[in-house]
Design a protein around this ligand. Structure first.
Ligand code: MCA
Ligand code: AMP
Length: 504
């Protein structure tokens, strides 16, 4: 049997040649019946450029139907798809190019001239793909023979590498196999009750597990249409809502919708399901959404390293502040520092095992080994409790991570960048409550004796190096950072001190 995920998805394409796959707000409709032919042509181009099974295709491109087709073509060929956040700057991209050593790097036409040199430095061929379907990838389709087969793969072959920020400031590439992605998607379509009558609203970015794998695979395994928005925009979501039955989003989507005057209870009455994840959904947001719409958001929990892990039930009680139960086939346990399961209800680190758990970090065998226990559980770094029924509550993070608008930021990366700025002695970056983003980034800077640090200049300088979502929105200067007896900066003290930084 061929375990290539493309083969699994293809088996579920509807027989009706007019079955829509993607519909954009402009009314551009793509059909399931087109996918096999187009991906054969894209795969033909990639193969003609030397991309082989197991090699990486790196893509930093705006969301469009063509990007999904490129992803599917890469799977088809047995190569590894590596999507990157479109906000990354050329400085950040250099790291990913060096680490992933792709055979092919696909970028927006507008970025080609800036990125050409760094691509060739690692021996990658640069292709362009614009969100109107223009670019050298499309131009090359006429020249290359289509690749009409589907690479024969095993379940453990790698389908994708998703970069997640690292506690050391260095991003790690989580290797997800065809088996990881297939098993997770097959579980979710049943767990969340997808039927042929559903229509999915897709407003998430497609460079993360949430938008690319969870949303797209669920829709494609049921052969249902997606309303495919280029980005989240409350007005556009409200316009589309009457044509869909399921929406997936991060908590910010739901708070922004409730702030929009046109988002009414009536608009939601036909909706089958609102799903939230990637960041904690505050109990007050869950309650406010219920009061506003009469609908209870279904909260689930995931990670790049394991896709979806736990979910509140479709039928049965969805409890605010909890992420529900382990997915079928997934084993969860809450452990102490010695990896012993804690007493029911006590807090510990959540560990997991199952067909969804990744194959390790790309080219980091030691890091991989240290994140797994001897009996094969992945150590998530999230602090959790589990009740006697197995219901999980995420109560904090062992890792020093901030989640802003559903995007992860590791403070170390921003601290390292600021520590070398003129006049800076040391810095600490924290996340504090932010009404729109869940957590907002705050930087606390301790200048060198006699030096003056200008917050606006720091922000401007950071913006030239880091993606916008990693740039702190508030900067405070202090004479010294609070430290414990071991000399470690007490971030909990800072989080308390600046808890109101975004209250207005
Ligand atoms: C954009 N900006 C942000 C963020 N996004 N700042 C902080 N946090 C953010 N998340 C900044 C930009 O740099 C810009 O700054 C300004 O905000 C406006 O940018 P814009 O692109 O217009 O922002 P937006 O459209 O309002 O986007 C906010 C958003 C978006 C809708 C919350 O970030 C989003 O779609 N987030 C979803 C992320 C996601 O899918 N996460 C899943 C990963 P300036 O003006 O200074 O230039 S986690 C995952 O996959 C796991 C497995 C899971 O469990 O799901
Ligand atoms: P990522 O590395 O982008 O895959 O983000 C994974 C992290 O997001 C997890 O380790 C959690 O800390 C967080 N996360 C995802 N879903 C939830 C949720 N429903 N509640 C709380 N945290 C979540």
């Amino acid at each position: 049997m061929n375990d290539n995920l493309y083969e699994l998805l293809r088996r579920h394409f509807p027989a009706d040649p007019k079955a829509p796959w993607l519909v954009t707000p402009e009314g551009d409709t793509r059909y399931y019946s087109e996918i096999d032919d187009v991906t054969a042509h894209y795969a033909g181009v990639l193969r003609s450029l030397g991309l082989q099974a197991g090699e990486r295709l790196l893509a930093q491109v705006d969301k469009s139907p063509e990007v999904l087709l490129l992803y599917l073509a890469t799977l088809r060929l047995g190569a590894i798809f590596v999507p990157l956040n479109t906000a990354y700057t050329p400085t950040e991209l250099a790291y990913f190019l060096n680490d992933a050593t792709p055979r092919i790097f696909v970028v927006e036409p507008r970025n080609a001239s800036v990125l050409k040199k760094s691509a060739s430095a690692v021996g990658a061929t640069l292709l362009t793909l614009g969100n109107n379907g223009e670019g050298t990838l499309i131009d090359a389709v006429a020249e290359a023979d289509p690749y009409t087969s589907v690479a024969d793969l095993g379940a453990d072959d790698i389908a994708s590498i998703i970069y997640t920020s690292g506690t050391t400031g260095r991003s790690k590439g989580a290797m997800l196999s065809h088996g990881n992605l297939s098993s997770n998607a097959l579980t979710l379509i049943d767990l969340w009750g997808f039927t042929e009558n559903d229509v999915l609203l897709h407003a998430l970015p497609i460079y993360h597990v949430h938008g690319l794998y969870v949303a797209v695979h669920c829709a494609m395994l049921r052969g249902i249409p997606m309303r495919f928005l280029p980005r989240f925009d409350s007005d556009e979501v409200i316009r589309q809502l009457s044509s869909v039955t399921v929406m997936m989003g991060v908590p910010t989507f739901y708070t922004r919708l409730m702030d929009a005057p046109k988002f009414t209870r009536d608009l939601c009455q036909h909706m089958r399901l609102f799903i939230s994840g990637s960041a904690p959904l505050l109990a007050q947001t869950f309650e406010a959404f219920f009061a506003h719409t009469g609908r209870r958001i279904l909260e689930r929990y995931g990670m790049s390293e394991a896709s979806m892990i736990a979910s509140n039930p479709l039928e049965g009680e969805r409890i605010a502040g909890t992420v529900g139960f382990a997915l079928p086939g997934v084993t969860l346990r809450v452990c102490d520092a010695e990896h012993r399961t804690v007493v029911t209800g006590e807090t510990g680190v959540l560990q997991m095992r199952g067909p969804n758990v990744f194959k390790g970090y790309w080219q980091m065998p030691e890091k991989t080994a240290s994140e797994f226990t001897d009996d094969g559980f992945f150590i998530s770094g999230d602090m959790a409790t589990m009740d006697a029924q197995g219901r999980v509550r995420i109560v904090g993070r062992e890792k020093d991570l901030v989640i802003s608008g559903g995007l992860n930021v590791y403070p170390k990366e921003i601290e390292d960048a600021m520590d070398v700025f003129d006049g800076v002695n040391e810095t600490a970056v924290i996340g504090v409550p932010h009404a729109d983003l869940g957590e907002g980034l705050v930087a606390v800077i301790c200048p060198l004796p006699g030096a003056v640090v200008n917050p606006d200049a720091v922000i401007a300088q950071l913006k030239t190096q880091l993606a916008g979502f990693k740039v702190p929105r508030r900067i405070f200067t202090v004479d010294s950072l609070p430290r414990n007896a071991m000399g470690k900066v007490q971030k909990n003290v800072l989080r308390e001190r600046y808890a109101q930084a975004f209250d207005s």
